[in-house]
Design a protein around this ligand. Sequence first.
Ligand SMILES: [Zn+2]
Ligand SMILES: [Zn+2]
Length: 350
Amino acid sequence: MSKMKAVVKVRGEPNGTEMMMVDLPKPGPDDVLIKNDVASICGTDVHIFNWDNWASKRIKPPLLYGHEFAGHVVEVGSKVKNTKAGDYVSGECHIACGRCHQCKIGQAHVCRNMKVFGIDVPGVFAEYACIPATNVWKNDRDVSPELCSIQDPFGNAVHSVYSTDVKGKDVVILGLGPIGIMCVMLCKHAGAANVFAVEKKNEYRSEMARKLGATKVFGEGETDGLTKEIFELTKGKGADVVLEMSGSTDALTHGFDLLRTGGDMILLGVYSQPATIDVSKQIIFKYTTVRGIYGRRMWGDWQKMKELFRDQNLRKDLTTIITHKFTFDKFFDAMETMRSGQSGKVVLKF
Ligand SMILES: [Zn+2]
Ligand SMILES: [Zn+2]
């Protein structure tokens, strides 16, 4: 077989995505060819599909997109030593250079020369994926391909929650996209005392968070007296940790009000404009630790996921976050489901 079915952004416009036959990639000496079992749709893929402001600046069509997957290795390049045909793998989509200062000091997730597959180079919405061997992660065989395919967002959640210690703490999570929901679940599993969440728009996802153990989810119209309520619910102390996952500058500004003195502000949401923060009041005099989260630490966060997957209860909970499964042929239906917001993670089966 020399052709494969693939999802390609062929034109820079909202209707510019097509499912088409493309050449099967030929792995270079350092690459690995993988037959996909499952791919998962990310918020990033929705941006590319919709062709919003970010996508039009960053993406150069034609692009085979998608970056979340699990599959089996079918062929490796001549120099590849760390993986072989038959291995059950997923992949870190951030391709680090291995040479810059950050790469050398163990911060490859913020490599200065980073490329991302599915954004800068061809991705995984296809029957086969070809990625550098350095980016391959071997999965445990008893973990389902559906779960293994969502390690990109799950790794973001792991990076966020485990960048502080939530055990016994009062945590507030702002924004319940799939990663926010995963954070609710992880905080509960990590022993947080209370997990309060705020999701103004999406009741479907608020309900998912309640089922996964959120103490209380504040919805539309319930956020006016939020600061007062969070202080009451935490016996006048305020939240020990705020996880800002929404990307709304209002949520960020408000989030600092919810935090106790000496608390941790963890930021994963990406803002389309600068936010206004009273630094003296909210950070210095309040002794706040602010931590930006980007990507997944290579490979500490991947190893952490491997360990977390060994907990059957966590595995069961994480499985509930995958709400829809489609065959790859039904990509456009799957994308519509994701765009509707009436879903958790949506996966494609090959
Ligand atoms: Zn993703
Ligand atoms: Zn680098």
